[in-house]
Design a protein around this ligand. Structure first.
Ligand SMILES: [Zn+2]
Length: 356
């Protein structure tokens, strides 16, 4: 189904579930593991409902880091089956209600070592275990994400191909445009395409501005579908990925990312720009919330369930079309409705705004 949808139009992905659930109090910053699917399933159901109502066409099962290596860190490796199974069930419930597709999800394993062949077997085993517990009957395709080694991505691709489902493989790039095993960007994606990946792309770490130039190169290098899922946190040329931003002289990641959140209009621009580049699957990663997804959907010309509550600024009592009739305090009216340059009130000599 996903491949049929992609042939017809851009497919809009969902947002960053782990970071949004952390903000809401259901995921612990640090391990960033998704036991929410069994411990607070209603919180996950609500978030994925929010994404679907905002226009996400794919709901990713929240099985990110639901693998042996990460669950060991929180003493819950015994819940591997329960967490993976519950996550797919919840995603399927939302997808069924809103006509979305369910994507199974695999992430980097933290056991892959290019120099150690034995670790390759462990990597494959972790992927296989997760796939085994993600009920394939409900899954349309699989996404493997935040993988930085081409070797690890190839193992994920093989594991997905064994299910017979379409494979979307996204790699993460921090400061470099090479994989951590030293393969150049174009070469890495060409290899994944040649091995049969249906969709290839980039996700996480970088903001749209720093991801799209790489995505344009991917678009030129391959002929299969291309995906982008950037973070919704502002980065810079000096600090191109979100984990190294600085706030008040200290590392902002992961507890002080709030000042870096991109606005919905910036994410809407990203969706439009990605479409112009020929990107087929456009979503968001960490920091992307449902208001971003709705703005992206609407920028792509779509009306979604929650468009019912999209902004109607004309009805605002002060800044709206007829608000000035109700706001009797001229100073407040000027401050909120007009730029100081056009606000005669604020420009009078005795009442100039205080300089900051
Ligand atoms: Zn992310």
């Amino acid at each position: 189904m996903i491949l049929e949808w992609l042939k017809k139009n851009v497919v809009l992905g969902d947002g960053g579930a782990i970071f949004e659930l952390e903000r809401r109090g259901y995921v612990s910053a640090g391990p960033f593991t998704p036991e929410v699917s069994v411990e607070n399933p209603e919180a996950l159901l609500q978030l994925q409902t929010d994404f679907a109502r905002a226009g996400a066409q794919v709901i990713q099962a929240l099985t990110y880091y639901a693998h042996e290596e990460k669950l060991k860190d929180i003493g819950k490796e015994g819940q591997l089956s329960a967490i993976n199974t519950a996550a797919v069930r919840i995603a399927a419930e939302v997808a069924g209600k809103y006509g979305c597709l369910v994507a199974g999800n695999l992430a980097n394993t933290w056991v892959y070592d290019p120099a150690d062949p034995e670790s390759h077997d462990r990597t494959r085993r972790q992927f296989d275990q997760q796939i085994q517990y993600q009920d394939c009957a409900d899954i349309d395709f699989f996404i493997a994400e935040t993988i930085e080694y081409l070797g690890e991505a190839k193992i994920a691709l093989e594991a997905i191909q064994a299910t017979g489902k379409p494979a979307m493989i996204t790699l993460g790039f921090k400061s470099q445009d090479r994989t951590l095993d030293g393969v150049g960007l174009e070469e890495a994606y060409k290899e994944l395409e040649d091995l049969g990946a249906d969709i290839v792309g980039i996700n996480c770490f970088r903001d749209p501005q720093r991801m799209l130039p790489l995505a344009a190169r991917v678009r030129k290098a391959v002929s299969c579908f291309v995906a982008t899922q950037p973070v919704a946190y502002r980065c810079s040329e000096k600090r191109p990925y979100f984990q190294i931003q600085q706030f008040q002289g200290r590392k902002a990641f992961p507890l002080e990312m709030d000042p870096f959140v991109l606005t919905r209009l910036e994410m809407a621009d990203y969706a439009v720009n990605a479409k112009k580049l020929g990107i087929n699957y456009i979503g968001g990663c960490c920091g992307t919330a449902s208001h971003h997804i709705r703005a992206m959907a609407e920028a792509l010309g779509r009306t979604v369930a929650n468009s019912q509550y999209s902004p109607r600024l004309g009805l605002h009592t002060i800044i709206g079309d007829s608000g000035h009739k109700k706001e009797r305090d001229a100073r407040i009216l000027c401050e909120q409705k007009y730029e100081p340059a056009v606000c005669h009130f604020l420009l009078t000599e005795d009442k100039k705004p205080e300089t900051e």
